[in-house]
Structures are given as C-alpha cells and as structure tokens.
Design a binder for this molecule. Structure first.
Ligand SMILES: Cc1cc2nc3c(=O)[nH]c(=O)nc-3n(C[C@H](O)[C@H](O)[C@H](O)COP(=O)(O)O)c2cc1C
Length: 147
C-alpha cells in the first residue's frame, strides 16, 4: 500500500480542514496516510512516504507562516528522489498577487529535493466548500495516479 505523509500549517483551522479532506480522499484511493502539524514535524518525516504533501496558509503579505520557516528552510536539504509531491493551501483573494503565495514558495522548495511534482498547486479561498471539493479530490487523485 503506498504511503502519504501530509504536513500542514494552520492558524485558524482552514488549512487543517483542507488537509483532512486530502487525507480522506487519499484513503479512499487506497493510500495509507499520516498527517502531522508542521510545528511538530521535520522534512525528514517525508523519507518513509511515497507521496509528500504540504498544506499551508499564507500570512503577512505573501509570507510563509512563522511556524513554517524552519521546515521550509530544511526541506531543500532532504533528498526525496523517487517520491511525488503536492502542495495545497488556503488564502484570501483580497491579497491579490500574493494570494496563497506560500503554495508557490513550497513548490519551488520541493523542486530542490529531487521529488517529482505530482500535480499543480491548489489554492483555496479560506476553508473547503462545495467549489473546492472537486479541486481537492483531483489533487488527491493526481497524486495517487502519478506514483
Ligand atoms: C494578518 C494576516 C495576513 C494574511 N496574509 C495573507 C496573504 O498574504 N495572502 C493570502 O492569500 N492570505 C493571507 N491571509 C489569509 C489567510 O491565509 C487565510 O485566512 C487562511 O484561510 C488562514 O488559514 P488557516 O485557517 O489554516 O490558518 C492573511 C490573514 C491574516 C490574518
């Protein structure tokens, strides 16, 4: 059974809810899933997974969450060859050009790990709703099928 590790940062719960939905869909697809909060995780935790997922909100003005900084910096030091990654996040479109910018930043950082990008980054306005459900399902589906 393939294994996914989902590591998320969430201050007010939106990204946590998104991470839970990604987990639910991967489980339906027959993937074993372990989910952790970023504060208590390390990029090394991805080493025993086939699918590596980061879920993050964006803070400040286009900034990474404070609790994501160390994790982000250490990510590029880990060799994730042979693994698939995906990044999903929550933000607020009123921030314009920096809507969910942390998603783009994490994709760039993952690209330094030798992991293969399994699907495009997904950016969700606040928490999951009817509109984002399809995007979340497709995110999980594409990660599973790109293994
Ligand atoms: C002070 C502050 C700064 C924010 N900056 C951004 C931003 O630059 N870009 C963005 O897309 N969203 C921004 N947001 C919106 C949050 O990313 C959004 O509310 C998100 O759903 C929070 O996720 P969480 O519930 O998982 O903590 C900001 C929110 C706050 C309170």
């Amino acid at each position: 059974m393939p294994k996914a590790r989902i590591i998320y940062a969430s201050m007010t719960g939106n990204t946590e809810a998104i991470a839970e939905m990604v987990s639910d869909h991967l489980l339906i697809l027959g993937v074993d899933v372990e989910t952790s909060k970023m504060e208590s995780a390390s990029p090394m935790d991805f080493l025993d997974a086939d699918i590596c997922v980061v879920a993050t909100y964006t803070y400040g003005y286009g900034d990474l969450p404070d609790e994501a900084q160390n994790f982000y910096n250490q990510l590029s030091d880990v060799d994730l060859s042979g693994k698939v990654f995906g990044v999903i996040g929550s933000g607020d479109t009123s921030y314009g050009d920096v809507f969910c910018k942390a998603v783009d930043d994490f994709i760039a950082q993952f690209q330094l790990t030798n992991a293969k990008q399994g699907t495009d980054g997904v950016k969700i306005e606040f928490g999951p709703d009817g509109n984002s459900l399809v995007a979340i399902m497709e995110f999980a589906q594409q990660l599973q099928s790109s293994l």
